[in-house]
Design a protein around this ligand. Structure first.
Ligand SMILES: NC(=O)c1ccc[n+]([C@@H]2O[C@H](COP(=O)([O-])OP(=O)(O)OC[C@H]3O[C@@H](n4cnc5c(N)ncnc54)[C@H](OP(=O)(O)O)[C@@H]3O)[C@@H](O)[C@H]2O)c1
Length: 229
């Protein structure tokens, strides 16, 4: 892993992933909307940014050129298939053997075997239709996007984040194949550690074609699991 592209580099997750990639000595390129370029000023001269929307195939092609890994923030904004358009642009342009790591939330299920709390079901059930009605976001498109990934023959990983919080790193999050696993019960990950997991996945062959659901390694449920083991 020498050169990595971050699609959605200006967001909170994108900036943390940039820090982790630079700390590992990777050459970093990225894509973000023009109006967000100023958020990346602290990385000036250390990264190369291609301004544009993340579903713009030409911009993405330029940014991922020569990259061994692509980290994509899957954002379901608007009603114009932004997330699935982003996935299509990444898959079309990335090297065939590139490691492709995508972010999303626990609500995405690969095989329907995740067990969700009533609270999460209620949030998705309420937020989804309201966001769609207001044309603000389209959670269904994030589902379409991840279905494209699951069906692809690329070296993908879909990292499913729990509820997030800010704060110092606690270390690499724990993960399970399915939401509902007791190790995930605390449902809380530091955003910088979500980013750490994404970057670590680039070089972890065990995570190829896997959709890990993650949780902070210092949360009570993760600690209880460790103690029991
Ligand atoms: N927030 C949570 O609690 C949570 C929980 C679990 C998983 N996740 C997952 O984590 C990832 C990022 O979450 P985050 O909360 O840390 O957010 P974030 O990093 O701030 O990312 C939001 C991304 O969306 C872009 N964006 C914002 N408004 C947009 C618009 N109107 N049109 C196009 N792009 C827009 C941002 O780009 P700009 O810099 O240009 O605005 C940024 O790249 C997502 O994949 C999400 O599904 C989040």
């Amino acid at each position: 892993m020498k050169k990595v592209c971050i699609i959605g580099i200006s967001g909170k997750l994108g900036q943390y992933m940039t820090e982790h990639c630079l700390a590992r000595g990777y050459e970093v390129t990225g894509v973000c909307r023009s109006q967000s370029l100023s958020k990346l000023e602290r990385f000036a001269n250390r990264i190369t940014v291609c301004p544009g929307r993340t579903n713009d195939a030409a911009v993405v092609a330029k940014a991922v050129s020569g990259c061994d890994g692509v980290l994509t923030v899957l954002a379901p904004w608007g009603r114009d298939n932004y997330a699935s358009g982003t996935v299509k642009a990444v898959m079309a342009a990335a090297k065939p053997d590139a490691r492709l790591v995508y972010s999303c939330g626990w609500h995405i299920s690969r095989d329907g075997k995740d067990v969700y709390s009533r609270k999460l079901k209620m949030i998705v059930g309420l937020f989804g239709p309201i966001a769609r009605f207001l044309r603000f976001a389209d959670l269904d498109d994030q589902v379409r996007a991840t279905n494209l990934i699951f069906a692809s023959d690329t070296d993908w990983t879909v990292v499913r984040g729990s509820d997030l919080e800010e704060g110092e790193s606690e270390g690499l999050p724990v993960w399970a194949s399915h939401v509902g696993d007791p190790i995930l019960a605390s449902n809380r990950t530091r955003r910088t550690d979500f980013a750490l997991f994404m970057v670590d996945a680039l070089t972890n062959p065990q995570l190829i074609c896997v959709a890990p659901a993650i949780n902070g390694c210092q949360t009570p449920s993760a600690v209880a699991h460790r103690n029991a083991a």
